[in-house]
Design a protein around this ligand. Structure first.
Ligand SMILES: O=C(O)CCC(=O)C(=O)O
Ligand SMILES: [Fe+2]
Length: 267
């Protein structure tokens, strides 16, 4: 799937320039599997409260392990499929990723950060994007708790954040299709805020960024953000979340075994 690409193309350069509309600290020190995580570089966005971008969080080795795990699991053997939802006890490459991300300090406010477990095994999603593919603007389903992360792998893209108006907020319709469809017709005159997601980065959403803003990726082969032009290549993302307790009980079957639903993204 990515044999022709160099390490730099696959995992990104080792240092990045800052984006506008953001506040960034300077220290960059990627974590490794067994070491404590120190001096992590992160960017916050003053207008989008609760959004934190950790660039370079995953080392090349960690990105490689995740990608190899995904490739070897053959989730996307069917060329029509681009979304894999994992249920039950997850494969070790995803558990490793959860373990690493869970150790990042300040990812979420304390009440989220200290919950156990931080992410459910039952609601990991792996998305595959071929060049030009995207995901419609949406707010993640209300059945998931606050505190979501998106890990980006292989290629960069721009994710657009758009604020929701008061009227659109607080709709708790839990049905998948109608929930996502309602964001399609929103006429939003506010300029979207573009955020560059590079390989190895982790985007954390909580509070307002999780509930009051939509996020989506446009169907572009080239993204432009500020002075930067990003030519999209194959991109893979891993979304980690926690299911609300009542939903977990509703969806619980009698085993902990791993199961998988692979399909074409509906939105
Ligand atoms: O692929 C991404 O970067 C975003 C995925 C996403 O928003 C989701 O799975 O809800
Ligand atoms: Fe999402």
């Amino acid at each position: 799937m990515y044999n022709d690409l160099s390490n730099e193309e696959l995992f990104g350069p080792s240092d990045y320039s800052e984006t506008s509309d953001s506040e960034s600290n300077n220290e960059v020190s990627p974590c490794s599997f067994n070491e404590p995580i120190n001096n992590i570089s992160y960017t916050t966005f003053p207008s989008i409260s609760g959004l934190i971008l950790y660039e370079n969080l995953l080392s090349h080795k960690q990105q490689n392990e995740l990608i190899n795990g995904i490739v070897e699991a053959n989730y996307f053997d069917n060329p029509e499929s681009n979304q894999a939802m994992c249920f039950g006890t997850l494969p070790s490459f995803l558990l490793n990723a959860i373990e690493i991300i869970s150790r990042v300090p300040g990812l979420f406010p304390d009440e989220i950060q200290n919950r156990e477990p931080l992410f459910d095994q039952a609601c990991s999603i792996i998305n595959l994007y071929k060049p030009g593919e995207g995901i419609a603007s949406h707010v993640d389903l209300p059945r998931f708790e606050d505190g979501i992360v998106v890990i980006s792998l292989l290629s960069s893209c721009v994710m657009q954040f758009k604020p929701l108006s008061v009227i659109e907020q607080g709709d708790d319709n839990n049905d998948n299709a109608s929930y996502y469809n309602k964001f399609k017709d929103i006429q939003n005159t506010d300029e979207p805020i573009p955020i560059i997601l590079r390989p190895g980065s982790v985007l954390a959403l909580s509070g307002s960024s999780r509930y009051n803003w939509t996020h989506g990726i446009e169907e572009n082969e080239i993204d432009e953000a500020g002075d930067e032009k990003i030519i999209r290549n194959i991109r893979v993302s891993v979304t980690l979340r926690k299911m609300k307790q009542d939903q977990l009980l509703l969806n619980k079957d009698d085993s902990n075994s791993f199961s998988l639903e692979v399909k074409k993204r509906e939105h």
